[in-house]
Design a binder for this molecule. Structure first.
Ligand SMILES: Cc1ncc(C[n+]2csc(CCOP(=O)(O)OP(=O)(O)O)c2C)c(N)n1
Ligand SMILES: [Mg+2]
Length: 905
């Protein structure tokens, strides 16, 4: 009945024409709404008769906004064209000059060349600066279009010529310009680090949602702010780009606009040579509930489309694949005539009166300010859904032979004199033939019409964009009592560090000063961590409020959503949760308000899964606490290798402004959180915290006196050795839940072998290592001066007793400190894959339990000649060690990795 053949073939053209005439007449007489109603009714009727329409989320391959609905252009087109041309030139010169000076320094010409109109219409008419009502817009610039953004700032007079000369050479004396947007390297300029593809998209979505959250909670009026994200079409292949689209529509984020620059190319070649990236994206975005505006064709196509009565031109537009469209740019007009229009006699006739040159000049929509403005204008009016603008452009626009539309264009860094001449002529840049070879920067005089125009526009729109402004008073830390409660210990009751932390969080949220600034974020694991206790009191944020009665409403701790809810329960998306963390943790800069995010996640699915997003948070100088829960390879029993994290602390050590801790006890957690709030929000350090928490319940001891400094610096003596004169002695380092194993080992060693041991809690090997390395650097340039030691040496000094360091993490974590120790460091860790079993079995298996620690201590002392061979043999029997490999007797020998606990056996 409904074979595809029947869909496509017109078996009765006269009947077809009658139907078309009818709908035309309805549109003319009664308008679009009536036409929509009739068509919908017809479709329903057809459905009733069994006419199944093939599903399509696509509209024809033409502009979404009809010509007669385009608003008048709001600016001076001629002046704006001149400005844009100069910016194009300077952006190109920026890269060309940098690469002449220093071969291989890189930079990109062709991306901005394709996006110039998209940005310039935004700069002149839409992007609102920080002085605008409500604090302005948040604009995510495509990272490698930075040359164009610098060129504009140079035009605006806020980047010097010296900086322009040092593009990508930041280490020069007079400063330079960072390759890509970066709030550390250019802290007054860039707000959002974007160049890791895909992250701008997801971060922009959650930024827009966070703006709503601030509004709904009465913290900031963000009703006037728009979040703009400029993305590449190739970039949409990243899962992060499209992965959170439905959140944006579900939350009705009409404060969000994506602009996808569809130049049909990525780095190596076409994005969808055999298809249509614009159509593919249209379907994805429409399907996800976004408002889609396609900007495919420039105004020069309007008369042709107007004359296309039969719809054949539109059909042809949809037939030609992207790879072929790319070819039309590289070939000349005759090729376009023959291959595009020539496919149908009717189309060939349509352009009979056009010269080849005119055909070649038929522009794409993304290069036409009128079309781009119409799209932005509509995006601003659109309500109830986010908008995406899919703009068709040409990669390397204006580069001509040097790379316009060519596959190599992404890598083009240099132009010869001829190519520069072509560029100059095409954009009418007032640079003489003599100056040309030098590719000089050009800035019109301050009092020129163009400079005044652009400055006036920016003034009217609330100041320059991008600009990063941090204007905030230090926050007063919450009262000490909130924390000291945790110093008392759990009075014989067992509690995990996670339970202690959640109680601390609840207390902080009740604090009159900072309570409302706290943003608990969780990806569907609130119950696992005990965070559900906060649901009822603080509410889960939902813009719509709760539209249903929860099934557990009769329970005290019921699921409770509210418009002013404080908790961000993000569902199963660590990437989305991290994007919320970034938005909250950078609110001090983006909104001038301190928000304190606590993002609690399964530690395995943190650094390992979303490490790049964490790096972006670091780039963005975000503050807050990442809390790796259910941490530790052996402490999370039963879950097996995908869940058991034994390495996140190693990952964390690589992020320069991330302070990481592996606390053992509740009081350590409280000390760390207190200091974190103080350092980040009172002393205004741009750092953030990573803290591992476990779910093993044990008695939480009271805080020993004077340990706070050691907790924060990474190491303190928890239990001093009971030394007998001349008797053997070791240091036992323990972290997190494994500190308890070290304490048990301490007793075992004393009882069975007469070995005294100091037990130290090591809260952070990374902080110890950083501190020691810093002291080394300081000392290296001050020979003959009193040398600095750092906390590790202050504590251990030149004591050469062996150190047995056990943690629930890979051995590389404690190994970080080995260069500074006089005594032998024996590290016990959880290298290799995890497996599911009880804690006891896992700790024995990996060799991080009390027996393994004690055995390692005996062996280390024997190797120094402080114990006899017979003691080693005794310990092997007593501690149940296999004589083959020192591991527990009878344990699985088929290991993927060698977990031998004590090297040198
Ligand atoms: C995650 C990530 N992978 C790879 C790159 C390297 N890279 C930089 S630009 C680019 C091509 C971009 O193509 P597209 O998104 O279409 O942008 P265009 O330059 O065409 O505007 C690539 C692969 C990157 N920046 N980030
Ligand atoms: Mg592209």
């Amino acid at each position: 009945m409904n074979s595809p053949k029947q869909h496509n073939e017109d078996i009765d053209p006269q009947e077809t024409t009658e139907w078309i005439d009818s709908i035309d007449a309805v549109v003319q007489r009664s308008g679009l709404a009536r036409a929509q109603y009739l068509l919908k009714t017809l479709l329903d009727r057809g459905h009733h008769h069994g006419v199944v329409m093939p599903f399509t989320a696509n509209t024809p391959y033409v502009n979404t906004i009809p010509v007669d609905q385009e608003p008048p252009f709001p600016g001076d087109r001629e002046l704006e064209r001149k400005i844009k041309s100069i910016i194009r030139w300077n952006a190109m010169a920026l890269v060309v000059r940098a690469n002449r000076k220093s071969e291989g320094i890189g930079g990109h010409i062709s991306s901005y060349a394709s996006a110039a109109t998209l940005y310039e219409v935004g700069f002149n008419h839409y992007f609102r600066g920080k002085k605008a009502e409500g604090g302005g817009d948040h604009v995510y610039f495509q990272g490698h279009s930075s040359p164009g953004i610098y060129a504009r700032a140079f035009f605006e007079g806020r980047i010097t010529i010296q900086q322009m000369r040092n593009f990508r050479r930041e280490l020069q004396k007079d400063g330079g310009l960072s390759s890509y947007p970066h709030p550390w390297l250019m802290p007054d300029f860039w707000e959002f680090p974007t160049v890791s593809m895909g992250l701008a998209a997801i971060n922009a979505i959650y930024q827009a949602r966070f703006n709503r959250y601030l509004h709904d909670r009465g913290i900031r009026d963000t009703s006037k702010s728009t979040v703009w994200a400029f993305l590449g079409d190739g970039e949409t292949d990243e899962p992060e780009t499209l992965g959170a689209l439905t959140l944006a529509s579900r939350e009705n984020l009409d404060n969000l606009v994506f602009v996808v620059n569809c130049n049909l190319q990525r780095l190596d070649g076409p994005v969808r040579g055999n298809g249509h990236i614009i159509q593919e994206l249209e379907a994805a975005f429409r399907g996800a509930g976004w408002h889609v505006i396609k900007v495919v064709w420039g105004s020069s196509w309007d008369p042709l489309l107007e004359a296309d009565d039969s719809g054949l031109l539109v059909r042809r537009m949809g037939e030609v694949v992207d790879g072929e469209y790319q070819k039309y740019i590289v070939e000349r007009g005759a090729y376009v005539r023959e291959n595009f229009f020539g496919a149908y006699a009717e189309l060939a006739k349509l352009v009979e009166s056009y010269s080849d040159e005119q055909l070649y000049d038929l522009r794409r929509g993304g290069h036409d300010p009128i079309k781009v403005n119409a799209a932005y204008h509509q995006a601003m009016l659109n309500e109830g859904a986010p908008t995406v603008i899919l703009a068709k452009t040409v990669k390397g626009y204006g580069l001509g032979e040097a790379g316009e539309g060519r596959n190599i264009t992404h890598q083009q860094k240099k132009l010869n004199e001829d190519e520069l001449r072509q560029f100059r002529d095409r954009f009418d840049i007032p640079i003489t033939d003599e100056q040309l070879a030098d590719a000089p920067f050009y800035r019109p005089r301050e009092d020129s019409e163009v400079v005044q125009y652009i400055l006036d526009r920016r003034e009217a729109l609330g100041g320059f964009v991008p600009s990063r402004v941090v204007k905030i008073d230090p926050l007063h830390s919450p009262s000490k009592e909130i924390f000291t409660e945790f110093f008392k210990g759990s009075d014989g009751r067992k509690a995990s560090t996670t339970m202690a932390f959640v109680r601390l969080l609840a207390r902080l949220m009740d604090d009159p000063q900072i309570g409302k600034l706290i943003v608990p974020i969780v990806p569907d694991e609130a119950r696992t961590f005990g965070l559900d206790a906060l649901f009822r009191k603080h509410g889960i944020y939902a813009h719509t409020g709760q539209l249903y009665e929860p099934v557990d409403s009769h329970l005290l701790l019921h699921y409770h959503e509210a418009k002013d809810g404080q908790i961000l329960e993000e569902g199963i998306t660590e990437a989305g949760s991290m994007a919320s963390f970034v938005a909250a943790g950078s609110a001090y800069a983006t909104h001038g308000v301190d928000m304190i995010p606590f993002f609690m996640f399964y530690s395995m699915f943190g650094f390992q899964r979303i490490g790049d997003s964490i790096w972006a948070a670091a780039d963005m100088r975000s503050k807050g606490f990442l809390i790796g829960c259910t941490a530790g390879r052996t402490t999370l029993a039963g879950e097996g290798l995908q869940h058991q994290d034994g390495h996140s602390l190693l990952h964390a050590s690589t992020v320069p402004n991330c302070i990481s801790y592996d606390p053992a006890f509740a009081y350590e957690v409280a000390i760390i959180v207190r200091d974190g709030i103080k350092r980040m929000y009172e002393k205004r350090e741009d750092i953030f915290y990573y803290m591992t928490l476990e779910n093993e319940p044990y008695v939480q001891p009271p805080k020993p006196a004077d340990c706070a400094e050691g907790v924060l610096k990474g190491l303190y003596l928890y239990r001093a050795a009971e030394k007998s004169d001349g008797g053997p002695c070791v240091h036992l380092f323990g972290s997190g839940a494994i500190l308890n194993e070290a304490l048990k080992a301490n007793e075992l060693l004393a009882r069975e072998f007469g070995i005294a041991s100091d037990v130290w809690s090591v809260t952070s090997y990374t902080e110890l290592q950083r501190d020691a390395a810093k002291a080394d650097r300081w000392n290296s340039t001050r020979p003959g001066h009193p040398q600095r030691t750092g906390h590790l040496l202050d504590m251990i000094g030149d004591d050469d007793d062996p150190i047995i360091a056990a943690s629930d993490y890979v051995r590389n974590v404690p190994d970080q400190i080995s260069p500074w120790l006089a005594g032998r460091l024996v590290t016990l860790g959880t290298d290799g894959f995890g497996r599911s079993d009880t804690r006891e079995a896992l700790r024995a298996f990996f060799g991080v339990d009390a027996a393994a620690i004690a055995f390692a201590a005996v062996v280390a002392l024997a190797q120094r000649g402080q114990l006899s061979e017979s003691t080693v043999h005794k310990s092997m029997q007593l501690l149940n060690r296999d004589s083959e490999n020192g591991r527990p007797s009878g344990s699985d020998a088929e290991l993927t990795h060698d977990h031998t606990q004590v090297s040198g056996l």
